[in-house]
Design a protein around this ligand. Structure first.
Ligand SMILES: [Fe+2]
Length: 165
């Protein structure tokens, strides 16, 4: 990560290098949240088959939940004196969750891919947890637990919905 422009520095008692490590982890989690948000919407729009209604609605709920966390992630970065994402290009440079631009994806493949991607996001949040504990950044360390729980819940729903009856 580049140095914060002095004009954008925020007062904090946390050590500069530590908050930068937390910010890097938060920005990685934020980029993956946006990548996962758009993929979940993509699948919401393009899902087809006998479970259309269930999956269409489930994916919309999940997309809204993912998007709902993004602002809090970015603001943790700013509250600790660092800078966050600025553009779609910034997201694409940092995301580890891969896009899926295929013409057709079967519904069961969609659920499996999103389940794995949500577990990837859980890993990003664990990186945030570790960095924030090491930095003494209690607020980030506390709030990331909810984000982790939500991602694990999404993975669980996707797993159960994909079981063969
Ligand atoms: Fe919709």
């Amino acid at each position: 990560m580049t140095d914060t422009n002095p004009a954008l520095e925020t007062p904090t008692d946390l050590a500069r290098n530590d908050t930068r490590t937390v910010a890097d982890a938060l920005n990685a989690a934020l980029a993956d949240s946006y990548a996962l948000y758009l993929k979940t919407k993509n699948f919401h729009w393009h899902v087809s088959g006998p479970h259309f209604r269930d999956y269409h609605l489930l994916l919309d709920d999940q997309a809204a939940q993912i998007l709902g966390v993004t602002d809090a992630i970015a603001e943790r970065v700013r509250k600790t004196g660092n800078t966050t994402l600025r553009s779609i290009g910034d997201i694409s440079r940092r995301q580890s969750i891969k896009d899926n631009d295929r013409d057709f994806v079967a519904a069961d493949e969609m659920l499996a891919e999103l389940r794995d991607d949500n577990l990837t996001l859980v890993e990003r949040f664990r990186d945030v947890k570790q960095a924030s504990e090491e930095a003494g950044d209690n607020a980030t360390s506390g709030i990331v637990d909810d984000w982790t729980d939500q991602a694990e819940e999404r993975a669980w729903f996707l797993f159960e919905a994909s079981r063969k009856g």
